[in-house]
Design a protein around this ligand. Structure first.
Ligand SMILES: O=C(O)CCC(=O)C(=O)O
Length: 405
């Protein structure tokens, strides 16, 4: 397994820390070790074990992403995309029942020593209890007819990932209000502006970057390992928009077991790595690539902080959305190219996203020309049929066809 450079730690007196101001001066990720542990407003969220959350919201139903544990091996260098996963609908209580079977208590560590991250992951890989696929199907059956109990913890990981808290906990306002980012300098930000991730060991998110803002991550329970790569290394990451998901640009590189024969440029990329523990806060700057894996059952929350230049990303995203949906729109089998959490949208709506982004940018630059913005399709058509654009696309098409042969 690849070992990489460590993310630098940031030490600041807790009582004077205004992260919002401070991170604006940073261009690299930073880990703030244990900064939440002595902050009174984080006492409650730091109790958020999966059991605590299930007790607080026992009946809320959500979708769980399920992946195969044996994917994680040096002999399989393929990226495990969201489109390769299984999905079931279930409650947090069902998740807790499933996790109990998966629990392996002696793996939990309180050490901040991150010198042997690969050892952490290897021990997390040990198969613990041998289960067979359950023949008893619970009465709470999801649309696809399967439940979590159909996936034995010896072979699978489960991720309740990327959940907007305002949706997951809409009937549990106490959970939303007990998350408070203001002490870190993010005024008026609570659970309504946060996302929660509850994963079993080895649950992970494939390598990608988020197009908008920067990210503040609070680790509440268990440990996760983050792998990070700077946007300046973009040409070594083989960026792709497939499977398509708005605001996520994926990389096919498997950072744990990179296949340099397919992705030789990645060899030159500088990767930074960090194990994040309960009470830690991680700052991820805008457009940094990241691959994240749970070393054990883990709960984290995060909030993306908008930036002034996000409107340019909104324009790019709207353009990509138009391209993807116009070319794939009649492809009814979305399972290979559309991330399951992504919703299909009508073309007219996609054009309005582009129009709005253009208006936003021109309003900022005070050069608004409303007539032009109305004609967004015409403008796009003119641009896409320009000789240099057509030449570039034709060249790339020919190169792709030749490569296939
Ligand atoms: O924790 C994870 O699995 C992924 C988190 C992530 O991608 C993010 O916060 O942007």
């Amino acid at each position: 397994m690849q070992e990489y450079d460590k993310v630098l730690e940031l030490y600041l007196p807790h009582d004077t820390l205004n992260l919002n101001e401070f991170v604006k001066t940073l261009t690299e990720p930073r880990i703030l070790r244990g900064t939440l542990l002595d902050r009174s407003e984080w006492k409650e969220p730091l109790k958020w074990t999966p059991e605590y959350l299930a007790r607080s919201a026992p009946t809320v139903s959500t979708s769980f992403k399920i992946g195969e544990k044996n994917w994680l091996s040096p002999t399989n260098k393929e990226t495990h995309y969201e489109t390769d996963c299984h999905y079931v609908q279930g409650t947090l209580s069902e998740l807790v029942t499933w996790l109990r079977e998966d629990n392996f208590t002696d793996i939990a560590s309180t050490s901040h020593d991150t010198s042997s991250i690969s050892a952490d992951i290897s021990s997390a890989k040990r198969v613990k209890i041998s289960h067979s696929v359950s023949s008893e199907v619970s009465t709470d059956v999801s649309e696809s007819g399967t439940t979590l109990s159909c996936y034995p913890p010896s072979d699978y990981w489960v991720y309740c990932d990327y959940k907007y808290m305002f949706q997951l906990f809409e009937d549990t306002p106490s959970l939303l209000s007990s998350l408070d980012w203001s002490g870190l300098g993010f005024e008026k930000r609570d659970g309504k502006h946060s996302t929660i991730w509850i994963g079993s060991e080895l649950a992970h998110t494939p390598c990608h970057y988020d197009t908008y803002g920067y990210n503040i991550v609070a680790q509440l329970y268990g440990r996760k390992c983050w792998y990070l790569v700077a946007p300046s290394e973009h040409d070594k990451m083989y960026a792709t928009r497939f499977p398509y998901e708005e605001s996520s640009v994926f990389s096919p590189v498997n950072m744990m077991y990179p296949d340099y024969s397919i992705y030789p440029k990645f060899k030159g990329a500088r990767v930074q790595q960090v194990v994040v523990e309960p009470g830690d806060v991680l700052f991820v700057p805008k457009h940094w690539w990241h691959f994240v894996i749970c070393l054990e059952t883990a709960v984290s929350v995060n909030t993306w902080i908008e930036l002034e230049n996000d409107s340019e990303d909104r324009l790019r995203e709207a353009y990509v959305r138009i391209m993807v949906f116009s070319l794939k729109g009649c492809d009814l089998d979305t399972s290979l190219w559309l991330n399951p959490k992504e919703e299909y949208s009508l073309m007219e709506d996609n054009y309005s996203y582009l129009e709005n982004a253009m208006k936003e940018i021109s309003a900022k630059s005070k050069q608004q020309n409303s007539d032009q913005n109305e004609k967004v399709k015409d403008i796009l058509l003119l641009i896409l049929t320009q000789k240099n654009v057509v030449d570039f696309i034709s060249q790339e098409l020919l190169a792709a066809i030749t490569k296939d042969k």
